[in-house]
Design a protein around this ligand. Structure first.
Ligand code: FAD
Length: 416
């Protein structure tokens, strides 16, 4: 007679604003568009999120993986979350909560899997696990609340001075403080100053361009490859806050750093692993880190094959062109795709993958091969199409191979 009324409980998905680095990966990954952002925060709409977890593995910081049991009618709204500086304390639920509702996603009824435009199961293009032999990555050692101060020990341009593409090689030293990193990881930079709302700028992410043992082996330092942003993605004039700050740094300046980030875009750690590296522009940073890791152990006999597909408009816009061309040909198989070189036909990385189909397929057939794609967002589709074409031509079923590559942590994308 006097049994308490059942309480409708929601497992609400939240993003920790203190750890999130606003990289947009979750918003791009979410198959039901439940994630949105303003200039302050990335947040999850409790009315749309169906708890599919697609956004969790790609998040480089783990800030996405927060869940609160909430009375559904008291769920935190998008507006509330946008104003947060930190996650609120956990609330205790009235008892008894309705058992069967506890794990129910917010919008399972509102968004049936068969609804138009809603994927029943979300399959990302790349793997959400690292290669089996990858070394253990450390993440989030330094956060927005506890950044570390690094010293600038080098900053120079690595693209031709006469080109529009101003890309810098920047070396940061961490002195006595530990900052363990792996090739393929990134760090966050906190640019000084305030945004248009008067809040501190959020961190920007940059891939490491140096291997785990430092830009200079044995030193506690690392390098970045930073492109000065002077126009937005649509080509209109824009002043990139962090890239301009970084490119203008002088030796002995200090920088606030957070991270490291990333636990999947990592290189295999076992002997004779082959790497296929496909990149454009500053997407070359992680490829430089991995190549340098191999170069430093060139005499050990442990290296597998390295195959690089590198795209830029012209040779002079290719970061690290000079040092790259000095590497021995039997150490790395270099394929340069130039799209605006005078007197030459336009070539893109996907064209060269097709040109080198036989060698690419031979490597793909070897379970010791991992593939890394980094650079402009738009390159993903072209690269996937080219990989599909070359494998189909060789009589293999791409959908099966693609699945294997993803499952075994052998195909990785980092595009921005
Ligand atoms: P903002 O002030 O944030 O933006 C200014 C304007 O430029 C905005 O309109 C914005 O939409 C547009 N814009 C933002 N980024 C770009 C861009 N890349 N090209 C053109 N327009 C842009 N960048 C590197 O240079 N090197 C790296 O190694 C690198 N690694 C990254 C790794 C990851 C995982 C991610 C997510 C991003 C990476 N980035 C890298 C991009 C970097 O984090 C910044 O987004 C970039 O430097 C622009 O920041 P900003 O503060 O200068 O521009």
């Amino acid at each position: 007679m006097n049994a308490p009324l059942p309480v409708d409980v929601l497992r609400q998905h939240l993003i920790d604003p203190e750890i999130c680095i606003r990289c947009n990966t979750c918003e791009e990954t979410c198959p039901v568009d439940a994630i949105t952002h303003d200039s302050n925060n990335y947040v999850v709409d409790p009315d749309i999120c169906n708890g599919c977890m697609a956004c969790v593995p790609p998040c480089p910081t783990g800030s996405i993986d927060n869940w609160r049991l909430m009375v559904r009618s008291e769920a935190y709204s998008v507006q509330e979350q946008l104003g947060w500086e930190e996650l609120p304390k956990e609330k205790s639920l009235p008892t008894p909560a309705v058992e069967s509702d506890v794990l129910a996603p917010a919008a399972d009824a509102a968004l049936p899997a068969s609804a138009p435009g809603v994927a029943a199961t979300f399959t990302p293009a790349g793997a959400s696990v690292p290669p089996w032999s990858a070394a253990h990555p450390y993440v989030n050692l330094y956060t927005h609340k506890t950044p570390m101060t690094a010293n600038v020990v080098g900053n120079y341009r690595v693209t031709g001075a006469d080109t529009e593409s101003d890309i810098h090689h920047i070396v940061l030293d961490f002195g006595e403080l530990p900052f363990p990193v792996l090739e393929g990881q990134s760090i966050g930079i906190l640019p000084p100053g305030l945004d248009a709302q008067g809040r501190p700028h959020h961190a920007r992410q940059y891939s490491l361009a140096s291997p785990r043992d430092g830009e200079r082996a044995g030193y506690n330092n690392l390098s970045l490859t930073v492109k000065r942003v002077t126009e937005d993605h649509g080509g209109a004039a824009a002043h990139g806050v962090c890239s301009n700050y970084l490119c203008d740094l002088a030796k002995n300046d200090t920088v606030q750093v957070i991270g490291p980030f990333g636990h999947t875009f990592l290189m295999p750690n076992h002997p004779r692993a082959n790497l296929i590296m496909i990149c454009t522009g500053t997407g070359s940073a992680p490829m430089r880190a991995m190549t340098e890791r191999y170069r430093r152990r060139i005499d050990t006999g442990e290296n597998g094959k390295l195959m690089l597909f590198f795209g830029a408009r012209t040779e002079r816009e290719l970061p690290y062109f000079g040092p790259l061309m000095k590497l021995p040909r039997d150490f790395i198989d270099i394929n340069l795709a130039l799209s605006r070189e005078a007197g030459q036909p336009k070539r893109y990385v996907q064209d060269l993958i097709r040109d080198r189909a036989e060698q690419v397929c031979a490597l793909l057939a070897d379970r010791n091969t991992c593939i890394y794609v980094c650079g402009l967002k738009g390159m993903e589709v072209g690269v996937l199409d080219a990989l599909r074409d070359v494998t189909m031509q060789s009589g293999q079923d791409w959908s099966i191979l693609h699945d294997v590559l993803r499952r075994e942590g052998r195909l990785h994308f980092e595009t921005y």
